[in-house]
Design a protein around this ligand. Structure first.
Ligand SMILES: [Zn+2]
Length: 252
C-alpha cells in the first residue's frame, strides 16, 4: 500500500512537472506592442470561428497589438487597410473568395505581411483557389475517424516555436490528413494508424509548419477543430510563438 502511495506521488510529481514544462508559456517574451493585426473569421459554423477570433483577439490586445476583427472577406480588397497590417490571422473554413479579395490577401503576404492560422481556418479555406493554397502550403483532404485521440510528435525541438516542448496526446479532435507543399519547414508531425483507413498506416503528416510566400511568413497548425483544443498548453504555446515569429518578419 505504501509503495502504491509512493508511486502515485511520484507519478503526480512527474506529471505536474511535464504540465508545467508544457505550459511554460512565452507570453513574457512576446511583445505585440504597436503591431497591427487583422483577424478575419467566417465560413463553416461547425468550427465556431467567432469563438477562436474572440480568444486570439483578446490575447493579442493584452500583448499590446492594435486588432481589427472582421467577419467579411471584403477587408482583403481594402488596400489602405491591408498595407498597414503586420499580421493576418484567419479562421475561415471552406467558403468562397472573390478574385479581388484573394489577390488583396496574397499581395499583402507577398509584400511581407504575416499569415497565421489553424485547422480549417487557413488549411481548408476556398477549396477552388489554388493560388491561395500555394500560399498556405497545404490543403486538408480528410480526417480519418472524425474526432479521435492522437499523438503529436515534436519533430524540430531546435526551433523557437517548439523549443522545450515534448510529444503530447490531444483528445477528441480531428487528425488532419493533408496535401502538403514540400516548401514548408515542418516543426511537428502526427503518425496515422490503421484504425480507420488501413492503407495509410504509418504515414507521418505535418501538423505544424513555417514557410514563406515571397516575403510573407506563414505559420500553420492543423489542430483546432474544437475551441478547447487551444486549452492544451503545448497547442497554445506553439500558436502564440508562431504569431510572434510571423509578426516579427519570420526571421530565425
Ligand atoms: Zn474540423
Amino acid at each position: 500500500m505504501k509503495t502504491q502511495k509512493l508511486m502515485s506521488l511520484l507519478f503526480f510529481i512527474c506529471f505536474s512537472s511535464i504540465m508545467i514544462g508544457q505550459s511554460k508559456n512565452t507570453d513574457e517574451a512576446i511583445s505585440l506592442a504597436n503591431k497591427n493585426i487583422l483577424v478575419v473569421w467566417g465560413g463553416w459554423d461547425g468550427h465556431q470561428p467567432e469563438v477562436f477570433a474572440k480568444k486570439i483577439s483578446k490575447w493579442a490586445k493584452q500583448m499590446g497589438a492594435h486588432v481589427i476583427v472582421s467577419d467579411s472577406l471584403g477587408v482583403y480588397s481594402n488596400k489602405d487597410l491591408m498595407d498597414k497590417q503586420d499580421l493576418i490571422i484567419q479562421y475561415w473554413t471552406m467558403g468562397e473568395i472573390s478574385k479581388e479579395q484573394s489577390e488583396g490577401l496574397i499581395e499583402a503576404v507577398k509584400k511581407g505581411t504575416g499569415l497565421v492560422g489553424c485547422h480549417g481556418g487557413i488549411g481548408d479555406s476556398f477549396r477552388n483557389n489554388t493560388d491561395y493554397q500555394y500560399m498556405v502550403g497545404g490543403q486538408w483532404v480528410t480526417h480519418p475517424g472524425g474526432k479521435i485521440n492522437y499523438t503529436v510528435q515534436i519533430s524540430n525541438t531546435g526551433d523557437p516555436v517548439t523549443e522545450g516542448l515534448q510529444d503530447f496526446e490531444i483528445q477528441n479532435t480531428e487528425q488532419y490528413y493533408m496535401h502538403v507543399d514540400p516548401n514548408v519547414r515542418v516543426l511537428a508531425t502526427t503518425t496515422f494508424n490503421a484504425d480507420h483507413d488501413a492503407w495509410i498506416e504509418g504515414n507521418s503528416m505535418p501538423v505544424v509548419w513555417k514557410k514563406h510566400h515571397d516575403k510573407g511568413p506563414v505559420f500553420y497548425i492543423s489542430i483546432g477543430h474544437n475551441p478547447e483544443d487551444f486549452d492544451h498548453p503545448a497547442v497554445w504555446t506553439m500558436l502564440t510563438r508562431g504569431i510572434d515569429w510571423a509578426i516579427t518578419g519570420g526571421k530565425d
